[in-house]
Design a binder for this molecule. Sequence first.
Ligand code: GLP
Length: 241
Amino acid sequence: MKIIIAEDYKELSRKAANIISAQIILKSDSVLGLATGSTPIGIYDQLAERYCTGELDFSQVFTINLDEYYGLSSENTQSYHYYMNKYLFSKVNLSKEHCFLPDGVNLDSRAECKRYQELIDNLGGIDLQLLGLGHNGHIGFNEPADFFEKKVHLVDLTEQTIQANQRFFESAEEVPRQAYTMGVGTIFQAKKILLAVSGEEKAEALYRVVQGKISPQIPGSILQLHPDVTVVADRGAAKLF
Ligand code: GLP
């Protein structure tokens, strides 16, 4: 695991965007696994800026997102579809046919998980997977559990995650209780992984992911076994190192 420490969020965003930019420049038809939450917003801003200046071309890139809330449609402003359109898809020349997320309104979870897993497999796997980190060490929406989930699945969100994500909704009651997510196994199969972590409140989770015991109770800890992981953390998130 390579750890890059950035002075602040802005530098973190720039450094993480450098890694994604290099991936796109080296392989124009890269399959990028993408994440949501507040951490990647600065990274997406950087990528959009680089597209505007002509540095980056997304026309052949494919994107596949980690997760989506169960029951939320793409028009719902809290859905991850909406988020991706707002922060990235509408700002760069990605082809709509190349951008994928789980379909939150497909309530047939068996069919949807199968569809999404097959989609990832048919794309030939993920070249570079961007990840954020939940306060409880979750990646995507893989919550602490007794075992590592291998494939795309429907997950029950923990109270801690519901509370943490409440800030995007009017109230905690409005936060969906379930979500579709890539499994830890799906994420692990990505050729490269980029974990971006910001803020002191993530310091303990990041420390446990990087230095702690590998356990499904800290889902991100499995990344210790992956051959190509880069962590970009700001000083706050890295304060326990
Ligand atoms: C959600 C997402 C995760 C993300 C996490 C942390 O739970 N499903 O993919 O990493 O939030 O988000 P933030 O960056 O807002 O702290």
